[in-house]
Design a binder for this molecule. Structure first.
Ligand SMILES: [Zn+2]
Ligand SMILES: [Zn+2]
Length: 417
């Protein structure tokens, strides 16, 4: 019997983990720089939380959730995204209030039952932020700047910014009416999903990827033409702040994002590093979600980055090689039983100095051990054989120069410093 990973999941193996570690380290540094603190929520939540927040007519809730019953019959769901859990955690632990700005970030796996394909997995990883407490457009701008900074920190260039406003509860109904008016004629020729969306949530039609639907979607009216004064001002102010920061953008009328909770700003960052122009992150404002999930009316804005795609970009580029991997500094090559015992003892002492060290556990020949040391990238090898045991000293070899010197056991720590 051979076992394999479940469909749509993958192992991240040692050859790839250094890229992930680098990516996460850069993200954490940039998040801290902008004043964000990390939050870690459970992998599963009550199903109700996602149904309420993401929206029952979205693809995520309707088709893609990993929903299951626990032994007491409670309906739970593996988190398909992290905004709702962060709002839940922030409310439950009183982290947010209307008079304070609270900045949180997260990094972790998410789960969606989608058809697996290149770059799309059923378990995937996202990093993102959620900021609570201000409806100022300067905060939307800051969040976008932070998002761009994450990619710049990794050396990723050629980024594009798409911007839109989906309005608020005051002006969205007008837009919905316009959309229904527009799609009314053609809806019978559109896909089944679109026909359902037409009844329940016409905005979602704009998310449809079905080729047959595209022509009608392309001609759909733009939400920015039906914004109320408040939403229009917000968008204008945001564009002003982006100009001040020297950030270029294009208004994309189709950009509504796949979730129901967005209000006003939606944005997407694209990169052409993988050939076609691909979205590498997206987000927006969600001023009603906190209240909708049982809190006060506290505005919020956030984004999420799909990490698999970033890893693909880093793999393709030379960028990641800037970072020197933490390898082995010292390899202890031992011969004979006494040599091994001495090696074991020294290994513990050397590691206690914070120096990465390794030894042979297979009783290999000296020649074979030197090969292993080379493969591990060891800078030094310390050879302990029977002769050396008697003299209480070993041979310290510098791998780059093949230079050798005799060093007493008790002086090895000094020599390595
Ligand atoms: Zn509005
Ligand atoms: Zn469609």
């Amino acid at each position: 019997m051979k076992y394999s990973v479940p469909r749509g999941t993958k192992d991240i193996l040692p050859q790839e983990t250094p890229i992930w570690q680098h990516l996460e380290a850069v993200f954490r540094r940039v998040f801290s720089l902008f004043g964000y603190q990390e939050v870690r929520t459970p992998i599963f939540e009550s199903t109700e939380l996602f149904a309420r927040s993401i929206g029952t007519t979205t693809d995520i809730v309707a088709k893609e959730m990993y929903e299951f019953k626990d032994r007491k019959g409670r309906s739970l769901t593996l988190r398909p995204e992290e905004t709702a859990p962060v709002v839940r955690a922030a409310l439950e632990n009183n982290l947010i209030s209307p008079d304070n700005v609270t900045k949180l970030y997260y990094i972790g796996p998410m789960f969606r039952y989608e058809r697996p394909q290149a770059g799309r997995q059923r378990q995937f990883h996202q990093a993102g932020v959620e900021v609570f407490g201000s409806n100022s457009p300067s905060l939307d701008a800051e969040v976008i700047l932070l998002n761009l900074e994450l990619f710049k920190g990794l050396g990723i260039r050629d980024l594009g910014l798409n911007l839109n406003s989906v309005g608020c509860s005051k002006c969205r109904p007008n837009y919905t009416k316009n959309l229904q008016e527009h799609f009314k004629e053609n809806i019978k020729n559109m896909c089944e999903d679109c026909r359902t969306r037409f009844e329940h949530n016409p905005l979602r039609i704009l998310d449809c990827k079905n080729a047959n639907c595209q022509q009608t979607i392309e001609a759909a009216p733009a939400s920015i033409n039906t914004l109320c004064d408040e939403c229009r001002d917000h968008l204008n102010e945001l564009m002003k702040f982006l100009k001040i920061a020297g950030v270029e953008y294009v208004i994309n009328n189709r950009l509504v994002r796949g979730l129901d909770y967005y209000t006003k700003t939606t944005f997407e960052i694209t990169s052409n590093a993988l050939g076609a122009q691909n979205a590498v992150s997206g987000g927006g404002r969600y001023d009603n979600l906190v209240e909708q999930l049982g809190g006060k009316a506290i505005p919020a804005v956030g984004f999420a980055v799909g990490m698999e795609r970033i890893v693909e970009i880093l793999k393709k580029s030379e960028i990641r090689n800037q970072k020197s991997e933490q390898g082995i500094i010292l390899f202890l090559a031992t011969m004979g039983e006494e040599g091994q015992v001495k090696g074991f003892e020294l290994l513990k002492e050397i590691r206690s100095l914070g120096i990465a060290a390794e030894m042979d556990y297979l009783g290999k020949s000296l020649k074979a051990q030197l090969k292993v040391a080379d493969r591990l990238g060891a800078k030094y090898v310390y050879i302990i054989g029977d002769d050396e045991i008697a003299k209480e000293s070993g041979i310290l070899k510098t791998m780059a120069t093949s230079e050798q010197q005799e060093v007493k056991f008790e002086l090895l720590k000094e020599a390595l410093k």
